[in-house]
Design a protein around this ligand. Structure first.
Ligand code: AMP
Ligand code: MG
Length: 483
């Protein structure tokens, strides 16, 4: 059957201010470290071919696949609040694979060498961080959260120089597109009005086809992007995911989670939780994520201003009107999700208070976020991290009473909870353990972790070991960007 490549490179048909076509930078000894057969199948690609000698050359950026158009995309971004020109400094987009279902996905190599946007960087990536992105993106997918995916990681056989020498690797990332808030910022700052219009129209065709064909379709675009982000960030909050670098270049217009650098899942509940070593001021702390989403969307809205109305003041007013909808939308998505986590089908005014009281108890008692919800789900309160803590009995009574006021049975409520509260998340010590083993050549730990993460709502005992919180955390957990 061949590889199954079926590229249609629509981005390459846009203005060439949006990208630079790039050459390949072959690596010496590429080998597959991990390969995602299920995803290959969804993409209409042959796993056998891709894991053959020729396939590995493609996944390593040594040989371009048939029909591809290797490019680096241009974008800008606010990094920790400061605006800069960026672009794919170490990523190479092969093109857009059309799947058997006629869906369009970017196939991108991360760590494929220098591009015109590399600035001082070497264009390369290390094995640990690429495997980390593989684990976390596949975990997000398992959790049902919109995300870019990972098709493969290959080791390059070359060392890359960081603080120490590290083994080099390339990740094949699959995304519904790589258009970012930063792509719009780039065009708004350095492109023409026509460039901006064409990027916005292209984005609508690619991601927001339901938008009515009206005079004001860019207003709808803004509205829909805001809604998608409110929904996405609510999902992050509900599972305790901390992205770590919510810069505007790391926010995808599609509403997928993207760029898994120093991200990690919160264990002990605390809104101020930060894992990233570079986020010294806690800008992207767990509890700040919703408002940082708003901040980024305001930058997106600013970029769209020229398209919203000929009269700039009026356009700004329109943009502000849309942005002001975000927090309410976020809170609604969050509360709906929280109700599901508590097994509630209907709505009562006191529900937010009930949820907040539980979170307060968790914060006061340094309770594990995921395990608190899973103990409620299986109804084994003696296993709850809050067991015996002041106020928990009273809270449980309130909650039971609230549950009994709805028409659905306890069994139905439990089922809803099982589908809303993961029992398995990629716990930090498990991720580190899998990465350490993999970098030392043992992939079995990583493979078992990935199997558990593929089905995180499965309350069977097979993967119980992944629910255990380590007795004492040796020191505060830190993650690194790994660039
Ligand atoms: P990230 O932190 O991965 O979101 O990257 C931020 C920006 O830095 C993007 O423009 C990347 O392409 C660029 N970048 C990161 N690492 C490298 C590298 N090793 N070489 C060149 N550019 C890089
Ligand atoms: Mg990035």
């Amino acid at each position: 059957m061949g590889f199954g490549w079926n590229f249609d490179n629509s981005y390459a048909r846009l203005s060439d201010t949006l990208y630079a076509s790039v050459g390949l930078h072959p690596v010496s000894d590429p080998k597959i470290v991990i390969f995602n057969e299920m995803l290959a199948k969804e993409l209409g690609l042959s796993s056998d071919e891709l894991q053959s000698e020729e396939g590995v050359q493609i996944l390593a950026g040594n040989k371009a696949p048939e029909g591809s158009f290797p490019m680096a995309q241009a974008y800008a971004g606010h990094q920790f609040g400061y605006f800069t020109m960026l672009g794919d400094g170490r990523a190479l987009l092969y093109g857009e694979q059309m799947t058997p279902e006629n869906e369009r996905f970017d196939i991108q190599l991360k760590g494929a060498g220098r591009t015109p946007f590399s600035r001082g960087g070497d264009g390369r990536a290390a094995l640990g961080p690429m495997l980390r992105e593989y684990i976390i993106s596949e975990a997000m997918h398992g959790l049902g959260i919109p995300t870019t995916r990972s098709l493969a990681v290959v080791s390059t056989g070359e060392k890359i120089i960081r603080e120490t020498d590290l083994p080099g690797a390339i990740l094949t990332r699959v995304a519904s597109s790589h258009i970012r808030v930063g792509t719009f910022q780039y065009v708004a700052n350095w492109g023409s009005f026509e460039d901006l219009q064409s990027l916005a129209s292209y984005t609508i065709i690619r991601h927001y086809t339901d938008i009515p064909n009206s005079d004001n379709q860019y207003l709808y675009l803004l509205q829909e992007v805001i809604k998608k982000q409110a929904e996405l960030i609510a999902k992050w909050q509900l599972v305790g995911f901390i992205h770590g670098v919510m810069n505007t270049d790391n926010m995808a217009i599609s509403g997928e989670s993207i760029d898994f650098g120093p991200c990690a899942f919160m264990d002990t509940y605390h809104p101020e939780t930060v894992f990233s070593s570079i986020d010294t001021k806690g800008r992207y702390a767990y509890g700040n994520q919703p408002k940082m989403g708003l901040w980024n969307l305001a930058r997106f809205a600013e970029s769209l201003v020229p398209l919203l109305d000929d009269d700039e003041d009026k356009a700004i007013e329109i943009a502000q009107g849309q942005i002001s909808q975000y927090m309410g939308q976020f809170e609604k998505y969050w509360l709906d999700g929280m109700r599901a986590k508590l097994g509630l089908f209907d709505q009562e005014d006191q529900d937010k208070e009930l949820a907040d009281e539980l979170l307060d108890l968790m914060e006061k008692n340094q309770a594990d976020y995921t395990n608190t919800f899973s103990a409620l789900t299986i109804g084994q309160h003696e296993k709850s991290p809050l067991q015996g803590k002041d106020g928990f009995e009273e809270w449980l009574q309130k909650w039971e009473l609230r549950r009994s006021r709805q028409t659905q049975s306890i069994e139905e409520s439990t089922e809803l909870m099982k589908n809303s509260n993961p029992s398995v998340i990629p716990r930090n010590h498990r991720v580190e353990e899998a990465l350490d083993a993999a970098v030392n050549g043992d992939l079995s730990v990583l493979e078992r972790l990935l199997a558990a993460l593929a089905d995180p709502y499965d309350y069977s005992s097979e993967y119980e070991e992944y629910c255990i919180v380590p007795e004492t955390q040796k020191r505060p957990y830190r993650t690194f960007c790994g660039t």
